[in-house]
Write a protein that binds this ligand. Structure first.
Ligand code: GCU
Length: 327
């Protein structure tokens, strides 16, 4: 015979099972693809965001993160998202330039005066407008993540643009990155990130450029022993969601996503600083030398890119002027 306690336990158990099943049916799962390993700061920041979204929506919205380009390169992931096969992608402003031209602004060299200028732009009116600019192309920007500054790395120190002459330099598929390397005297070679290690190892390219954590965590320090801190660009990572998935969320769920993504963006600033220090040490342990070139010759060499903008790309020029006016 069942005691009262046993009956209660059975009833509660059944209710929990039913509840779990009911909420599992009601839950919306958003698949998120990116190309970094789990120990990259951006994965950790997005993991915190996914947990917060789940808590804020009582488990009704779940973000499932697929790291390491498991679902394809950044470009392939963007295409999968536009076709509705996944909902979110963590990419960066350089990759996005081909999908939404306003992101080009972030790929111009030496545009930001310092880190606080960069933060104020990302988190201010211009940054918000750029995130919203791609709505009709099938996706919207959710948030930016700090991704530090990008610098050149290869098998020799790069102290002046002269040192880049005749070198095949891997760039992202971004017209601005291509124009920058041309202005500095190198030969730009667009390649997907996942192909870069082998390309450097086999001499398909001579050099590449990135931030310290990505360089170190991709083990590029095994094949490129000099990292020259010319810090030419500050290209933020960007989390995007398909317009369809975003519009499919209730007002309340959109709010939860906004709150959690803003919190993860803040968290990322701290994770990024820690990761830059840690990965620099890790690279040094591998024998990588960090070189500090004088930036002025680099700044001067890219100036013609800005001079040309006014006539060649008035829309971008207008964004650049607004960014320069940000305090
Ligand atoms: C950074 C960025 C990636 C990007 C990579 C690249 O690491 O976080 O989103 O793919 O640069 O150079 O391709």
């Amino acid at each position: 015979m069942m005691t009262r306690k046993n009956v209660l336990t059975a009833v509660i158990g059944a209710a929990l099972t039913f509840g779990a099943t009911a909420s599992a049916y009601a839950a919306t799962t958003l698949k998120l693809s990116h190309n970094h390993p789990r120990d990259h700061a951006v994965h950790q920041a997005m993991d915190a965001m996914a947990k917060e979204v789940r808590a804020l929506t009582d488990g009704e919205v779940r973000i499932r993160i697929y790291p390491d380009a498991q679902l394809g390169t950044q470009r392939e992931s963007m295409e999968l998202m536009q076709n509705g096969a996944l909902e979110m992608v963590k990419t960066n402003a350089a990759e996005l330039e081909a999908f939404a031209p306003a992101y080009a602004a972030f790929n111009l060299p030496y545009l930001f005066r310092d880190k606080s200028h960069y933060y104020n732009v990302k988190e201010g009116e211009v940054g918000e407008e750029i995130l919203a600019s791609s709505r009709d192309s099938g996706f919207v920007g959710v948030t930016y993540y700090d991704a530090g500054a990008r610098s050149f790395y290869t098998s020799k120190p790069i102290n002046t643009p002269e040192d880049l002459k005749g070198m095949k330099i891997r760039v992202q598929p971004s017209p601005s990155a291509i124009a920058m390397v041309n202005a500095l005297g190198g030969s730009p070679t667009p390649l997907a990130y996942g192909e870069l290690y082998t390309a450097l190892q086999q001499g398909v390219v001579d050099a590449a450029e990135n931030n310290i954590p990505s360089f170190s965590l991709s083990r590029h320090g095994e094949v490129s022993k000099y990292f020259s801190l010319d810090e030419h660009t500050m290209v933020p990572d960007v989390l995007v969601i398909s317009t369809k998935a975003y519009d499919g969320l209730s007002e309340e769920h959109r709010e939860a996503l906004k709150t959690a993504s803003m919190n993860s963006m803040e968290l990322m600033k701290k994770l990024w600083a820690e990761s830059e220090a840690k990965e620099r040490t890790n690279a040094e342990k591998l024998g990588v030398k960090f070189v500090k070139p004088n930036k002025s010759a680099f700044v001067e060499a890219v100036q013609p890119m800005y001079d040309a903008l006014e006539t060649s790309n008035p829309e971008l020029n207008a964004i650049v002027e607004r960014i320069q006016a940000v305090q």
